[in-house]
Ligand binder design. Structure first.
Ligand code: NAP
Length: 456
């Protein structure tokens, strides 16, 4: 391969040279490095085969966000103490549509996390076929243990700054970890008040004020639909399979709901403190208990075994030791490592479908691919959430509300199309490498738009 290393570093392959430059320009941002490396591994050979991209320095341009907004959020807690947090909006790339991506409230949120998420979002949104650019935002605010009024004051203060950077044709945020319907409602209420405009500048809104049916369920449902497409492609289906799902938030609970509706049995779920194992399966009634526990009472998954004593709770552990056919990592990034991947494979896992963003460490991804386990990367598998957000934007612009059946049908169609694009670009000797397929399909559309705009 041609050596393009700057003179001050050792000769290296194009991929390594590119990564060294990226790591030097973004010191300490290890999650961002990981997300870019996974992408560049797939895309670099294609870029080298197509000199127009290399000449346009397309990878260097794509890995630099359009802009990053960083701001202080000052608010008052229930005891009258002044509290200060930091918030960000990373507007990564708007080549194919207005910026779009969630807001995350979590004490460990950093610019690094939001850059990896905004980068991934760009290609995920491209895969949906809808006109959406990529962005991500959030704050190092911990909603756990805060009263509703405290969360409201925080959201209002955050939106007081954020409102001037977003809008229905500019940037349309949504929810993510720690930002559910309560937070989106407070944020939208403040946006509307400041702008005096009722427009679709946020998605994930309540049904009474411009939200879309199925948006809440879309990421988890879509992740299972994608898995069903992968299994159908090899003449199999979700029906009758045993599933392990990490997390017990929005994505995890609706993944369990859809898998159960399609005839599978989910036997484990988790939160950041540990996991529960229920060999009888987490049926609709037990899932309703978890949803009430986590979303309304804001409790811990350990309380499941108090209600259902035949199940077991495993404190401080992740659920990947439980034998299963299908694994759905739906909690957070880097929650499934190489040794856990090896355990899953020893136990006969057939498919892994990522509901969370980058939940699988890169060497674990490589191991699944090498063993020819069907592996659906987040960009493809969890795109259902942003796809229905896109449909929410369309409904807002049309001033219409589609039925549950209509939105679900469109979601299933979009997941099917994403699967087809992955197959088109990812087949290698009869095996579908969904990582390569998703990365290439997402890349080509954004790259071609950027090239068409000239040198910008
Ligand atoms: P959520 O409703 O806030 O739930 C997050 C779940 O993950 C909770 O069970 C939480 O446990 C657990 N969790 C959080 N941090 C953790 C950690 N460090 N270690 C272990 N578990 C942890 O969030 P969500 O919307 O379901 O999002 C989950 C994932 O899906 C994220 O990667 C997100 O980016 C991705 N995603 C979400 C959407 C969407 O539409 N919501 C769309 C695309 C992708 P605790 O209760 O203990 O905190």
């Amino acid at each position: 391969m041609k050596v393009t290393a700057p003179p001050w570093i050792e000769p290296c392959s194009e991929l390594e040279c590119f990564m060294r430059g990226l790591e030097r320009r973004n010191p300490g941002q290890t999650e961002f490095h990981q997300a870019v490396r996974e992408f560049a591994e797939s895309v670099m050979p294609y870029v080298l085969e197509n000199p127009k991209y290399e000449k346009a320095q397309i990878l260097e341009r794509m890995t630099e966000p359009d802009r990053v907004i960083i701001f202080r959020v000052t608010w008052e807690d229930d005891e009258g103490n002044v509290r200060v947090n930091r918030a960000w909006r990373v507007q990564f790339n708007n080549s194919i549509g207005p910026y779009k991506g969630g807001l995350r409230f979590h004490p460990e949120v950093t610019l690094d996390t939001l850059k990896f998420l905004g980068f991934e979002q760009t290609f995920k949104n491209s895969l949906t076929g809808l006109p959406m650019g990529g962005a991500k935002g959030g704050a190092n605010f911990n909603p756990k243990g805060k009263s509703d009024r405290e969360v409201m004051r925080f959201c209002q203060s955050l939106m007081t700054e954020l409102n001037r950077h977003i809008g229905e044709d500019t940037d349309v945020p949504a929810g993510d970890i720690g930002v559910g319907s309560r937070e989106i409602s407070f944020l939208f209420g403040q946006y509307k008040r400041l702008q005096n405009r009722f427009v679709g500048a946020l998605t994930g809104k309540g049904i009474a004020f411009g939200g879309s049916l199925i948006r809440t369920e879309a990421t988890g449902y879509g992740c299972v639909y994608f898995c069903e497409n992968m299994l159908n492609h090899v003449g199999d289906s979700v029906q009758g399979k045993t599933c392990v799902v990490s997390g017990s938030g929005n994505v995890a609970t609706y993944a369990v709901e859809k898998a159960t509706q399609l005839g599978a049995k989910a036997v484990a779920m988790s939160d950041s403190s540990g996991f529960i194992h229920d060999p009888d399966g987490i049926d609709a009634e037990k899932l309703a208990f978890i949803q009430e526990l986590k979303q309304v009472k804001r409790g811990r998954i350990s309380e499941y075994v108090v209600q259902f004593p035949h199940a077991t709770y495993h404190s401080g552990e992740r659920p990947w030791t439980i034998p299963c056919d299908l694994a759905f990592p739906c909690a957070t990034q880097n929650e499934l490592n190489l040794s856990e991947a090896n355990v899953l494979m020893r136990n006969g896992v057939k498919a892994v479908s990522e509901g969370a963003n980058m939940p699988t460490e890169l060497d674990a991804v490589h191991a699944f691919l090498q063993a020819k386990v069907m592996f659906a990367p987040a960009k493809a598998a969890n795109a259902g959430g942003v796809a229905v957000s896109g449909l929410e934007q369309s409904q807002n612009s049309l001033r219409m509300a589609w039925s549950r059946e209509e939105v679900d049908k469109r979601l299933q169609g979009i997941m099917h199309d994403i699967h087809s694009k992955c197959v088109q670009h990812g087949v290698e000797n009869g095996f579908v490498n969904y990582v390569k397929g998703a990365n290439l399909a997402g890349f080509i559309k954004v790259a071609d738009a950027m090239c068409a705009y000239g040198i910008v």
